[in-house]
Design a protein around this ligand. Structure first.
Ligand code: ATP
Ligand code: MG
Length: 480
């Protein structure tokens, strides 16, 4: 065993919970270890406040969980997953999960292994990466000792993701591990060992036996990492991207005709995703950044003399969003609508900033974006990735103007979440109408008049306007 492996790990197990587990394990005659992500993150000095703690038990994990929980308080509820031989409870801000040590063998068509009881070594062998296989003993005679058969600690120091066993076997046993490798590399800023990465490339096709729910969990974690482009470049190079997100894969590449090229839309998208990630923790804003140019490949056209165009890519792109969300099993409610909207509107602020910024254009943008206007502005600023410093400065200063205008107009006209001051029911009553097209037209005309600044956003003004408009259509207010 390597020298570092005898390091004393007491600082990672100073919480009372570990002494309690140790005591109860001894009384029950079972071995217990803390293993996996908790150990890794403690050694890395990552914040562990709310971290899940995985306890490996040689013997019944369920029994030990029940005893420890009862030892803390009779009020703690233990959740038992009998089929998996695991149990968990919450205490002291942690979720503590107890698992019996196991040995696994896989068949080629499934991620579900044949499971038998095993010892610590068997259990460490089935772990995905060296840095995730380290355990700290909670047993009396070796309390606090690090058990690190695969030199995970050296890989932590070198910032390397590497499988404990032969990588081909690790990945073909459970192809989800390929995505986990990339996710950890992206989250931790690590690189993937060349042999491990070669094997991911060879096994990429096997990702097809993994459900989209699990794939998407990893994609979300990659998107939430400090520099998501790191993960996406690895996805691209490993050939996983073309299988799980072909739309994003298609963004890669540059066409040249005569003197005209265009920017590589994959590289550009990556930069935009990284840019918004520096400004915001919102997963959905990051999804919007990832998908904002998604229709560029399908709308691309070469026009003689002009060069490459992507007309309508924002509309077509926004129409692609529901299909992508559905396939990825992402939520189809408000989050999807938000991403769809941001993709649809992502050119509006820039068009606005290039023209003279008229009040009515600003009002329309406010109306269409509603409460998402700030996120939209963030996306648009992130979208400026020109190499030309002067151009960037020009754009950013135009955006400042747009932002200022947005503030002024919102203060004056309250367009965000705006509802026309007269609704359909009132129009029906006023003119004794039946619900139908006329009512809709009249209601729209009020909205348009307000957005165009013809009338202020006020009841009396809207009523006068409505009566005039109705008269043009041959309608008079009913006497009642
Ligand atoms: P985090 O919870 O921060 O995402 P983690 O390392 O705790 O990271 P989990 O998915 O919670 O990751 O898994 C806990 C541990 O279980 C891992 O550290 C690893 O040892 C093991 N593990 C999880 N999934 C797999 C897998 N698919 N193959 C092999 N081992 C796995
Ligand atoms: Mg975990």
């Amino acid at each position: 065993m390597n020298k570092l492996s005898y390091l004393n790990m007491n600082r990672c197990i100073s919480d009372n919970i570990f002494t309690l587990i140790s005591d109860f394990a001894q009384k029950s005659g079972v071995e217990a270890y803390v293993i996996g992500g908790y150990v890794r993150d403690c050694l890395l000095g990552r914040k562990n406040d709310k971290k899940d703690i995985d306890i490996l038990v040689r013997g019944s994990g369920i029994d030990l969980a029940k005893k420890v929980a009862a030892g803390i308080s009779s009020k703690i509820k233990v959740t038992v997953y009998k089929n998996f031989g695991t149990a968990m409870f919450r205490a002291g801000g942690h979720i503590i999960e107890f698992v019996g040590a196991r040995k696994e063998s896989y068949s080629s068509d499934s991620r579900k292994p044949l499971v038998e009881d095993g010892n610590l070594e068997d259990d460490q062998n089935r772990r995905d990466f060296t840095i995730n296989a380290m355990a700290i003993s909670l047993n009396k005679e070796s309390y606090g000792q690090l058990i690190d058969p695969f030199k995970g600690i050296e890989d932590l120091e070198k910032k390397i993701i590497r499988t404990p066993l032969e990588p081909g076997r690790t990945f073909s046993d459970d192809p989800l591990r390929m995505l986990r490798a990339i996710r950890f590399a992206s989250q931790l800023g690590f690189s993937i060992h060349p042999d491990t990465f070669e094997s991911i490339k060879e096994n990429a096709g096997r990702i097809s036996i993994v459900s989209y729910e699990r794939i998407t969990t990893e994609l979300n974690k990659i998107l939430m990492s400090p520099e998501p482009s790191r993960g996406f470049s690895l996805l691209y190079d490993s050939k996983l991207l073309e299988i799980i997100l072909p739309e994003v894969y298609m963004l890669k590449g540059v066409d040249k005709k005569e003197k005209h090229g265009h920017k590589d839309n994959f590289d550009h998208t990556m930069q935009v995703v990284d840019n918004v990630s520096q400004k915001s923790d919102s997963l959905w804003l990051r999804w919007a950044a990832l998908l904002h140019d998604i229709a560029k490949p399908v709308t691309k056209k070469y026009i003689e003399g002009t060069g490459w165009t992507f007309h309508g890519h924002e509309f077509i792109g926004s129409k692609m969003v529901p299909g992508i969300f559905k396939r990825l099993k992402l939520p189809m409610g408000d989050s999807m609508k938000y991403v769809k909207k941001l993709v649809a509107l992502h050119l509006r602020p820039i068009i606005l900033s290039q023209d003279s910024v008229t009040d009515s254009a600003v009002r329309r943008l406010l109306f269409d974006a509603g409460d998402d206007i700030d996120d939209l502005m963030m996306l648009c600023e992130a979208d400026i990735t020109s190499k030309n410093e002067k151009k960037i400065r020009q754009h950013l200063s135009n955006f400042r103007l747009v932002r200022q205008k947005l503030r002024e107009i919102e203060q004056k006209d309250h367009i965000r979440n705006f509802q026309p001051p007269i609704d359909g029911n009132e129009i029906i009553k006023m003119f004794d109408l039946k619900p139908g097209r006329e009512v809709g037209d009249l209601k729209d005309s009020i909205k348009e008049a307000i957005l165009d600044g013809i009338i202020p956003n006020e009841y009396e003004a809207a009523k006068d306007f409505l009566i005039k408009k109705a008269a043009e259509m041959g309608l008079r207010p009913s006497s009642g």
